[in-house]
Design a protein around this ligand. Structure first.
Ligand code: DLL
Length: 428
């Protein structure tokens, strides 16, 4: 079977591929994009100045603000007639982020995605049900192109429409289900509710697009009776989903270092973090033509995992995405990431995976935090008060914040087939 893994066998060979790609990208962006040329001139770097991978540090950062400024075709480094497709994501504020793709970009992305399926251990006999959105979003078409390039069978259902998903999953005997973490949970609960577990044969679930807790993952795996689950990262700016995949050893996410360089920086000082330290992901593409990224600050937080993976794969790893720097909220002077809340909740078997954080300002001018969390499916409502008290005490001791925990009925919080919103800040 054709492999989508890179041909090199050592870290040195990988570095050589990266250096060649970096030199190419800097020259290509300098020559093709007035935006990048101006930025590089301001920073006093010219394409000839890149001699080693360390020279990456000389290059200026790019940010989401630069995308807004260049709207509608930011970072464009090829003539428009070379652009064969655009994708867009909503962005948290203001204009959409629109990214351009050349024919080669689309093909490279399909190769990267096929590598994900290879690492997840799919075969050409697999039937892959795609349950993410099609359209401007990169998700649907990304998962589908990857399946086709890999050579398995794509079943493009899209998000939502649980009746159709259930019908297809049973009738076509889907073996791989691809979704956002929220859609994974929604579908898993639906299969359980309809008593279809004996009739389906899902072996693998691949999900991403948002953070998920351990509890959420356990439920998805258990309800769908899947053998394995895989976290898949990706963002519109960097092609879309499929820029890495958790391997079967589940010791982090292998990322495609032959397509992009990943730096982890301290978002305050903008200096590289020590290996293994958590910081912001910054990406530089090595082959992207239409909208190359040079030191693009993703705002996602994670860490590099030093050393080789026990699965034997040479490609480096980063940890799961722990959150976004813009997800953090401050309550009574304490910085909190939603990820640390779901981590705490996941350790308590008497609560479910779904929760909401509500922040309010009282009449006394003070801020109040309430965490609404669902009772576990088989949890006993008579224990609610005791469970809530324990959780409140853990919040105080581990997150250093006092808040109220409310246990609500199983499946009473909203479900979505897209990305879940968990923090509701009503203070403004
Ligand atoms: O969410 C692409 C994607 C689709 C990835 C489907 C995986 C599966 P955007 O809409 O541009 O693209 O959002 C990108 O989503 O910067 C992260 O903050 C978050 N994100 C994506 N994957 C994960 C993940 C798609 N596996 C933003 N874990 C990124 C945690 C994720 N967060």
């Amino acid at each position: 079977m054709k492999t989508f893994m890179p041909g090199f066998k050592t870290e040195d060979e990988l570095s050589a591929v990266q250096l060649e790609g970096l030199k190419w990208t800097v020259k290509h962006a300098f020559e093709g994009s007035p935006f990048y040329r101006k930025r590089m001139e301001e920073a006093g770097v010219r394409p000839g100045a890149i001699h080693s991978l360390e020279d990456l540090q000389k290059l200026p950062f790019t940010t989401a603000d630069d995308l807004k400024e260049g709207y509608p075709f930011p970072l464009l480094s090829v003539p428009l007639e070379k652009v064969v497709r655009i994708h867009a994501s909503s962005g948290t504020t203001g204009k959409r982020k629109v990214l351009c793709y050349s024919e080669k970009d689309i093909s490279d992305w399909a190769d990267m995605f096929a590598r994900c399926y290879e690492i997840a251990g799919l075969t050409r006999e697999d039937r892959v049900q795609v349950a993410v959105g099609y359209g401007l979003w990169t998700a649907g078409v990304g998962f589908q192109m990857g399946v086709e390039r890999f050579g398995a069978m794509a079943v493009p259902v899209g998000p939502g429409n649980l009746d159709m998903h259930c019908e297809v999953m049973v009738d076509l005997q889907t073996t791989v289900f691809c979704c956002t973490a929220s859609m994974g949970l929604l579908m898993a609960e639906e299969i359980q509710k309809r008593g279809l577990q004996e009739k389906i044969h899902v072996k693998k679930v691949i999900f991403g697009a948002e953070r998920h807790s351990d509890a959420m993952r356990r439920n998805i795996k258990e309800y769908l009776r899947a053998e394995d689950t895989f976290d898949i990262p990706g963002l519109t700016e960097l092609y879309g989903p499929g820029t890495g995949l958790e391997c079967r050893a589940h010791e982090g996410i292998h990322y495609w270092a032959d397509y992009y360089i990943l730096e982890i920086i301290d978002p305050q000082t903008l200096k590289p973090c020590a290996p293994g330290e958590v910081g912001e992901m910054v990406v530089t593409t090595l082959r992207k033509e239409a909208a190359p990224l040079i030191r693009y600050r993703t705002r996602d937080l994670t860490r590099l995992i030093p050393g080789r993976c026990s699965c034997g794969n040479l490609l480096p790893r980063h940890d799961k995405i722990l959150g976004r720097s813009d997800d953090m909220f401050i309550i009574r002077g304490v910085n909190i990431y939603p990820g640390s809340i779901d981590h705490l909740l996941s350790q308590e078997p008497r609560v479910g995976s779904e929760f909401q954080v509500v922040l309010e300002r009282g009449e006394d001018g003070k801020d109040y935090l309430t965490v609404k969390v669902e009772r576990a499916e088989k949890g006993d409502p008579r224990e609610d008060r005791a469970v809530a008290d324990q959780m409140e005490s853990r919040f105080r001791h581990q997150l250093l914040v006092s808040g109220k925990v409310e246990i609500v009925d199983f499946q009473s919080l909203p479900r979505t087939e897209r990305k879940s919103k968990r923090v509701f800040d009503n203070r403004k």
